[in-house]
Design a binder for this molecule. Structure first.
Ligand SMILES: [Zn+2]
Length: 115
């Protein structure tokens, strides 16, 4: 994948990552659960790569969804760093621009997702 294309997706991924981080923090802060308030403080003090692990004890469906998305975004950003972004995790086919436009954190081609 050309470098400028990768940079384009990287920007999209980083933007969404920042948005998810904000959503997680405000979701935790809006709860009246002292464990969640404490967790919000811990997360803010730590690197985002540690967030999925720190959030492992979270049980709200909403927060689980955010956590899952966070993992997907981080996985894609690591793939960019090692130069393996944009390929299907199963068959290694190059993912189409249409697919990555819909979801820059997509890990599988249409064929492998269906099977
Ligand atoms: Zn595939």
């Amino acid at each position: 994948m050309p470098l400028h294309t990768t940079q384009y997706y990287q920007q999209k991924l980083e933007l969404e990552l920042a948005q998810i981080q904000q959503k997680i923090i405000s979701c935790l802060q809006q709860s009246h659960d002292s464990d969640y308030l404490l967790l919000a403080k811990k997360l803010q003090a730590d690197s985002v790569m540690k967030w999925p692990e720190l959030m492992s004890g979270v049980f709200s469906e909403q927060l689980k969804d955010y956590r899952h998305r966070l993992e997907q975004l981080e996985a894609s950003l690591s793939q960019i760093q090692i130069g393996l972004y944009g390929y299907c995790a199963d068959c290694e086919a190059e993912l189409s621009a249409e697919l990555l436009e819909l979801d820059p954190a997509q890990q599988r081609c249409n064929r492998c997702r269906k099977s």
